[in-house]
Design a protein around this ligand. Structure first.
Ligand code: KIV
Ligand code: ZN
Length: 497
């Protein structure tokens, strides 16, 4: 049977430390509950000595959460440990996470002491924490840059003192994956009592290697991984929970498993991103907006033939409804036809060619073509011959210019042209249209909407006209808002019998 890797989530501690990501207690409980549902094994809920707010959050998360272990961070300082124990009083399962720096940098320049003193303080902290809780995790800060021999000595001593988990942080994100992996192997092979504790990874992403280092740690014997949702955390962040969970799930050759309920990954990612006001980069693995989006014609064709041609993860398995085929000017007919079919349209070759031709014209103006655009494109092609068609439209407008519009309308096969001024370009265009039609119309309502986002968007215009006491509705779309308005206006007029 596959061995389980324990997922220790530190979104609410290492993640929440990030400037701008601070959450209030209610929001932290919301995240903690989502993490519980997601199936994490340990939630690091905060650093209780750091502020009354953090203390309170650990108390309230302890009350609200049932299954995961609730962990509180401390320095190797008695007062920290006492406060953490107090904050954890309501936790059903509790852990104190204590530790101290072990690299030459930390010993000489941060703590300004000697290796022997570090060893003594590490052991004392673990022994003291054991007075309050059974489950004590020790972190050897900056282990990534520490001497393996000294690190092994500290780890052996803290396990002897009762540490149940030993955390080997690459605090500065410096290690190369083989280097981090061999550090974990070194501990497995050189710490006499290593089988009495679980080795944990805790990797930072300063060189973009946090996930690779974590996996190397696991491949060399670590059985707990410290991670955050979306990889948020100090500086360049921590190892991403979703990446590790999906690597373990996808690589059966690792023969490992986690308790993560992967279909909840995407919703948890968005919850954390929204509450922490920390957008997820579009190309972020697993949870980025583009993680399952295909935009080049070759890839789209490949995915449509068989999803696995270009996808190693089924998007549904991480809570993303489906892969998306992004329709752009680089998309081919296969992608357009696929989208048309999804929208319920089935066209033959000639009709498809015609829509594709219009699609490319629009795609050159607009970066992305969405479903609304497609419906409009198909409507444009098949709404049949109109008795009045817009042939030409030219407007002049701007600050301190008098708006002037020249309109060319094809009415029953004959082109008529008129020019008019108005209080704006749309008004000028409407009054030019009125000159060309024999009917008296009164504009009752005029509504402009952008269909999606962006200044390159399609504008959608609805108008409501009154003609001899009867109401007529018209609809027009274009990337040019004046054209969309005139199209809507003549659409309504052409409905007057
Ligand atoms: O990066 C680190 O070393 C830490 C420890 C406090 C666990 O976050
Ligand atoms: Zn950290």
């Amino acid at each position: 049977m596959s061995e389980k890797v324990i997922i220790f989530d530190t979104t609410l501690r290492d993640g929440e430390q990030v400037p701008g990501c601070q959450l209030n207690t209610i929001e932290k409980i919301q995240v903690a509950k989502a993490l519980e549902e997601l199936g994490v094994d340990v939630i690091e809920a905060g650093f209780p000595i750091s502020s009354p707010g953090d203390f309170n959050s650990v108390v309230e998360i302890s009350r609200a959460i049932t299954n995961p272990v609730i962990c509180a961070l401390t320095r190797a300082v008695k007062k920290d440990i006492e406060v953490a124990a107090d904050a954890l009083q309501f936790a059903k399962k509790k852990r104190i996470h204590t530790g101290i720096g072990v690299s030459d940098y930390h010993i000489q320049y941060k703590i300004k002491t000697t290796p022997d003193e570090i060893l003594r303080r590490a052991v004392d902290a673990v022994k003291y924490a054991k007075k309050f809780v059974e489950d004590v995790e020790f972190y050897a800060e900056d282990a990534g840059r520490s001497e393996n021999e000294f690190l092994a000595k500290v780890i052996e001593a803290v396990i002897e003192a009762g540490a149940t988990v030993v955390n080997i942080p690459d605090t500065t994100g410096y290690c190369l994956p083989p280097e981090y992996g061999s550090k974990i192997r070194y501990l497995k092979e050189n710490v006499r009592n290593i089988d009495k504790a679980i080795i944990s990874t805790h990797c930072h992403n300063d060189l973009g290697m946090a996930t690779a280092n974590t996996i190397m740690g696991v491949m060399n014997g670590a059985r707990q991984v410290e991670v955050t949702m979306n990889g948020i955390g100090e500086r360049a962040g921590n190892t991403s929970l979703e990446e590790v969970a999906m690597i373990i799930k996808s690589h059966h050759d690792l023969d490992l498993t986690t308790g993560i309920n992967t279909p909840l990954i995407f919703s948890t990612s968005r919850l954390v991103s929204n509450l922490m006001s920390m957008p997820v980069q579009a190309n972020k693995a697993i949870v980025g907006r583009n993680a399952f989006a295909h935009s080049s014609g070759i890839h789209q064709d490949g995915v449509l033939k068989k999803r696995e041609n270009y996808e190693i993860i089924d998007p549904v398995s991480v809570g993303v409804r489906e892969s998306s085929i992004i329709l752009t000017a680089r998309s081919g007919r296969a992608a357009l036809n696929h989208r048309l079919e999804l929208l319920g349209f089935n066209y033959g070759k000639e009709e498809l060619d015609e829509i594709y031709h219009r699609f490319l014209i629009l795609a050159d103006k607009k970066k992305e073509i969405n479903d609304e655009d497609i419906r409009i494109l198909t409507g444009e092609v098949f709404q049949g011959e109109k008795s009045i068609r817009l042939e030409k439209l030219q407007v002049t407008c701007g600050k301190s210019a008098i708006p002037v519009a020249t309109i060319g309308l094809n009415i029953n096969g004959e082109v008529h042209v008129a020019t008019s001024t108005g209080n704006g370009p749309v008004d000028a265009a409407f009054s030019a249209v009125k000159q060309l039609i024999s009917k008296t119309v009164h504009l009752e309502e005029f509504l402009i909407q952008a269909i999606t986002r962006g200044s390159d968007d399609m504008g959608k215009v609805h108008v409501q006209l009154d003609h001899e006491g009867k109401i007529y509705y018209g609809f027009g779309t274009s990337t040019d808002i004046v054209t969309a308005s005139v199209e809507a206006f003549i659409d309504a007029i052409s409905k007057i019998k």
